[in-house]
Design a protein around this ligand. Structure first.
Ligand code: 5GP
Ligand code: ZN
Length: 141
C-alpha cells in the first residue's frame, strides 16, 4: 500500500490530479520539471509514495531511485546541452524544504553560469571536526 497525503501537492501531481510536465516514471518513482526552475530543464525526481523527507524513504527503493536519478540526470544533460549537473535534496524547512514529500532537484549547470550554491569555510579548530566525526560515525554505524 503506497502512502498518500491528500493535502500534498506532489501526491496530486503523481496521481494526475494536478498537471505537470512529466519526464519519467517507474514502478515507485516519478519525475517532472520544476515549475519555477533555477534554469530551464531543472527536474524533480520524487517517490510515488508520500514520504516527508529522504530519511523516511524505505531503503529497498534505493536502487530504483538511483536508476531514476541516473536516467533523468543523463537526459537533462543531453536535452539542455549542460556541462554539468547538481543534485540537490532539501530535508525539513531549516534546509529549505517547501514541499514535504521527498524529492531530488536535478539542476543543469553551465560553465561560468555564475550560480553560487553555498558558502563554505574551514573548521575553526580541528578538535571540533574530530569530535563531530566520532559522533557521526558512532550514530551512523
Ligand atoms: P523544495 O524547496 O521543497 O526543495 O522544492 C520544492 C520545489 O517544488 C520548488 O523548486 C518549486 O518550484 C516546486 N514546485 C512547487 N509546486 C509545484 C507545482 O505545482 N508543480 C511543479 N512542477 N513544481 C512545483
Ligand atoms: Zn505527497
Amino acid at each position: 500500500m503506497i502512502p498518500k497525503d491528500s493535502d500534498c501537492i506532489f501526491c496530486k501531481i503523481v496521481s494526475g490530479e494536478i498537471p505537470c510536465a512529466k519526464v519519467y516514471e517507474s514502478e515507485n518513482v516519478f519525475a517532472f520539471l520544476d515549475i519555477a526552475p533555477v534554469c530551464p530543464g531543472h527536474a524533480l525526481v520524487v517517490t510515488k509514495g508520500h514520504y516527508p523527507t529522504l530519511l523516511d524513504i524505505p531503503e529497498e527503493m534505493g536502487a530504483e531511485l538511483t536508476a531514476a536519478l541516473k536516467a533523468v540526470g543523463n537526459a537533462v544533460i543531453k536535452a539542455t546541452g549542460a556541462h554539468g549537473l547538481n543534485l540537490m535534496q532539501n530535508n525539513h524547512e531549516a534546509a529549505g524544504q517547501l514541499v514535504h514529500h521527498a524529492h531530488f532537484h536535478l539542476i543543469p549547470r553551465f560553465t561560468d553560469d555564475g550560480l553560487e550554491l553555498w558558502p563554505q569555510a574551514p573548521y575553526e579548530n580541528n578538535d571540533e571536526m574530530t569530535r563531530l566525526a566520532a559522533d557521526i560515525a558512532a550514530m551512523s554505524g
